[in-house]
Ligand binder design. Structure first.
Ligand code: ATP
Ligand code: MG
Ligand code: MG
Length: 416
């Protein structure tokens, strides 16, 4: 990935855009890019510099992403819609070719890191509500005002506003002889693809389908101590528009990251804005419980898709026959009665029971949270509320009694 067409190797102190931006440290990386904290000498502020791989297909993807985030910036002049802001973009030529670079506002940890820092215990419900509001504001804006579907909403792609102050004295010139390799670790313990995969595998193991008790041992996994989250304003922004599309210009059949994928995408029965609402519900569940809502696996005699559909039905009830048989891929999974062909016995446990039995929610918390989530998890995409409707839901304005839900009480013991 460090060859022609691949990543651009960055040294701390490297200048970009004729010296306007100076690389400070690496923030993260993805399949398409490395992302660096950079100092903007013009505005005297820190920014995030996303440096795309140079090969043609990556350049094209970057042009698309720039087009999307530019229309977002144009539609949100006051920068109040909880989506990442594009500040600038330019081309940078290096030994591996020409790299498109996006200058973005500098944000903080992702929700995945937040869940992890919190030892997968689930956040206090009041904090979940705050995050949900931000994500819904972003989705309402993208969907209703811009006609954009994100198509890859997941905890990694929602970043908290940075709560860590970057260094007071920025590195101003390229004298530091340290090369940070894209595939190496990052200073914030962030995301190499391998680590993400490992994390996902570890997390899949504790997914609700597979664990008996979430409050048992941590499986020997070395985790950072839970962070004290008191007083942190839980504001966040949606990032990574590399896969976003306009609803009237969809290009991919298979969208979304597996665990956050809506049933109509698996069945290939057409999709629209409501796929983001499905992913949003999965994220809300994960924030509140620390576990992924659906973590399907391939098994003996069935595929990951089939396991996924089975997990959905176990929590949400049987999929209406019309929907089950209505997609281009339905015949791969369902018989003509709308029953799964290869997974015959489902263990039904409704969402509120899962919340009480497995996650020790109070009956009230469970019922209220389920009333918020279950409309978003309707098998029929048309029945799911829009982000605008969801923003009106009373759950968002509830306050857990004396500020302490059961989930939070468990968390306090872990504070250091
Ligand atoms: P993917 O393979 O997920 O498509 P990508 O190459 O498109 O990745 P992003 O997901 O945009 O890259 O960014 C990679 C990582 O860099 C993020 O997960 C995050 O850790 C970090 N990052 C991205 N944008 C910012 C930002 N504005 N501020 C701080 N960190 C950021
Ligand atoms: Mg990403
Ligand atoms: Mg991307």
């Amino acid at each position: 990935s460090y060859r022609k067409g691949g990543y651009h190797a960055v040294r701390i102190g490297d200048p970009f855009a004729s010296g306007r931006y100076i690389a400070q440290r690496k923030l993260g990386w993805g399949q398409f890019s490395t992302v660096w904290l950079a100092y903007d000498t013009q505005s005297s502020k820190y920014v995030a510099l996303k440096i795309q791989k140079s090969a043609q297909q990556f350049a094209q993807a970057a042009l698309h992403e720039i087009e999307v985030i530019r229309s977002i910036a144009d539609g949100d002049p006051s920068n109040s819609k909880c989506v990442v802001r594009l500040i600038d973009h330019f081309k940078h030529t290096g030994p591996n070719g020409q790299h498109l670079c996006m200058v973005l506002e500098f944000l903080g940890d992702s929700l995945l890191q937040l869940i992890r820092f919190n030892r997968y215990k689930g956040l206090e419900l009041n904090k979940v509500r705050e995050i949900c509001k931000c994500v819904l504001i972003a989705l309402d804006f993208l969907h209703r005002e811009l006609g954009i579907i994100h198509t890859d909403l997941k905890p990694e792609n929602v970043l908290l506003l940075s709560t860590i102050d970057p260094p007071k004295d920025p590195i101003r010139s390229g004298l530091t002889p340290i090369l940070e390799r894209p595939e190496g670790g990052t200073l914030n313990g962030g995301s190499t693809m391998n680590t993400i995969e490992k994390k996902l595998k570890q997390r899949a193991r504790r997914a609700i389908a597979n664990i008996s008790s979430r409050r048992g041992s941590m499986g020997g996994e070395a985790l950072k101590p839970a962070r004290c989250l008191d007083g942190i304003d839980m504001r966040c922004k949606v990032v990574d528009f590399g896969n976003a599309c306009w609803a009237d210009k969809r290009f991919a059949e298979e969208i979304q990251t597996r665990q956050y994928r809506a049933p109509e995408v698996i069945l290939q029965s057409g999709y629209s804005f409501s796929v983001d609402m499905w992913s949003f519900a999965c994220i809300a569940f994960e924030l509140a419980t620390g576990d992924m809502m659906f973590a399907p696996n391939t098994g003996e005699g069935f595929s990951e898709d089939e396991d996924h559909l089975a997990l959905m039905m176990e929590i949400l009830g049987k999929m209406p026959r019309k929907i089950a048989v209505g997609g281009a891929r339905s015949k791969d999974f369902f018989d003509r009665h709308g029953d799964l062909k290869r997974i015959r016995r489902l263990k039904y446990l409704p969402l509120d029971r899962v919340l009480v039995n497995k996650y020790k929610f109070t009956d009230t918390d469970a019922r209220e949270f389920m009333e918020f989530l279950s409309p978003l998890l309707e098998f029929s995409p048309e029945k799911r509320p829009s982000a605008q409707q969801c923003l009106q839901h009373p759950w968002l304005n509830l306050r857990s009694s004396d500020g302490q839900s059961k989930v939070d009480a468990g968390m306090n013991k872990l504070k250091i």
